[in-house]
Design a protein around this ligand. Structure first.
Ligand code: SIN
Ligand code: CO
Length: 411
């Protein structure tokens, strides 16, 4: 190999503030996000060669790009108890959850293992930058960016996921085999969710910069062909209606606390002498029905606040620490006039017009219109600079900064 043939870490470019949704993107092989959503999203697989053209371009210039995160950085993250990690070994299949001791992580040149690291957008800026290119899909659907690193032969076995996933090859090559098979039964004798009968229909070898999109329930198997093979997976979530309704309902039940009229007690001056005292009184049913109709509990608008709050709950593994030396309210107002305030990578923000929810809380409630506007900007652009910010002290914006939910961009 000539000496000029060196690997450099690829740095994904920052996504523009407004993504060009009707323009062709290399990421989708020249399709626009609009076309991709119409033709492929949640419908059928798509293989894109050179989805990140920089890898191919560098190669043509006798340079080589590699993943922005090195194998040793990933191994270090797998020892961190704030990172969700799993180690899967094949031949025979075995599964362990992290955090791991450094000595229990296989060496890169060993075979038949893979390490999976979840939520990497919170641990490396390049992972967060890559994820920001997928913001043409609603934030409520986004789950996280998982990175797998593997030795030759490593993989998680033939399986299916219940979620949409973009599998981006970032280092080394991986062979992907897929199948649209109906039989998704799992092998009951293995510690992992591995298909009993995998019938390969298509297969490709992905090089760095290539991408494979898979909708839910497509059987697939990715086997690392090179030591230190890295695949970055942008994953989405789709909660069940049961989960959404249960979460919405119990939050709705809690919100009844705020309706003073409901403290009123049931009274039955019209109750007649009864021959069936064991039965629930008709009078109680009638009055309850009247209250329920008044509360409009069958209308979707009543459920959406609770469901939105639920969808902004951070992942279980999320961990926030406030600033070591917090700014005073006036210092905060001064700093935000020139420095961007950003959501912490594990912070979730959603809008249910005109309200904004952040990490499970309705943060726009009882705020000045300026603070509400600031939250709307944060929700839409994931960044905020604001001149002349008033009434900071009691604001939910400052509170969120003190809790570590919002952080100033490091210079
Ligand atoms: C991997 O990166 O090895 C597994 C990703 C997947 O199959 O979903
Ligand atoms: Co999968």
């Amino acid at each position: 190999m000539p000496s000029f043939y060196l690997s450099k870490p690829y740095q994904p470019p920052e996504a523009p503030k407004n993504l060009p949704l009707n323009q062709p993107w290399a990421l989708f092989g020249g399709m626009s996000p609009e076309q991709f959503m119409k033709r492929y999203w949640h419908k059928k697989p798509l293989l894109v060669r050179g989805a990140i053209p920089a890898f191919e371009l560098a190669k043509n210039n006798h340079q080589e790009f590699t993943s922005p995160i090195s194998a040793s950085e990933l191994f270090k993250l797998a020892t961190d108890d704030l990172v969700e990690s799993r180690l899967i070994q094949s031949k025979p299949w075995s599964f362990q959850s992290g955090p791991f001791k450094k000595s229990s992580i296989p060496k890169v040149d060993h075979q038949d293992w893979t390490l999976l690291l979840q939520g990497m957008e919170a641990h490396h800026p390049a992972a967060a930058t890559l994820l920001s290119w997928f913001r043409f899909i609603p934030d409520a659907r986004l789950d996280d960016l998982m990175i797998s690193i593997a030795g030759v032969g490593g993989g998680v076995g033939p399986h299916f996921d219940s979620y949409d996933v973009f599998l981006i090859q970032m280092s080394g090559r991986r062979q992907w085999q897929i199948s649209m098979q109906k039989d998704l039964s799992l092998n009951p004798n293995l510690p992992l969710k591995i298909l009993q009968h995998f019938q390969v229909e298509q297969e490709w070898v992905l090089e760095p910069g290539d991408m494979l999109y898979l909708p839910p329930h497509i059987a697939h198997d990715g086997i690392a062909l090179d030591a230190g093979c890295q695949t970055w997976s942008v994953g989405f979530r789709s909660p069940s209606f049961k989960e959404l309704l249960q979460e919405g309902l119990w939050r709705l039940a809690e919100s009844l606390e705020e309706i003073p009229g409901l403290e009123e007690k049931f009274a039955d001056p019209k109750q007649a002498a009864s021959t069936n005292p064991e039965e629930l009184p008709i009078e109680l049913i009638k009055q309850l029905e009247k209250k329920l109709t008044g509360l409009k509990l069958d209308q979707i608008q009543q459920f959406l606040p609770g469901i939105t709050a639920y969808l902004t709950e951070p992942k279980q593994a999320a961990y926030f620490t406030g600033p070591m030396m917090p700014l005073s309210p006036s210092q905060f107002a001064q700093k935000i006039s020139s420095h961007a305030l950003l959501p912490h990578p594990q912070t979730r923000i959603l809008s249910l017009r005109p309200n904004i929810y952040c990490n499970g809380e309705l943060v726009s409630r009882d705020q000045t219109s300026q603070i509400q506007g600031a939250w709307r900007t944060l929700a839409a652009h994931k960044a905020l600079t604001q001149k002349g910010l008033q009434s900071v002290e009691a604001s939910s914006l400052y509170e969120a900064y003190l809790s570590g939910w919002l952080i100033f961009q490091s210079q």
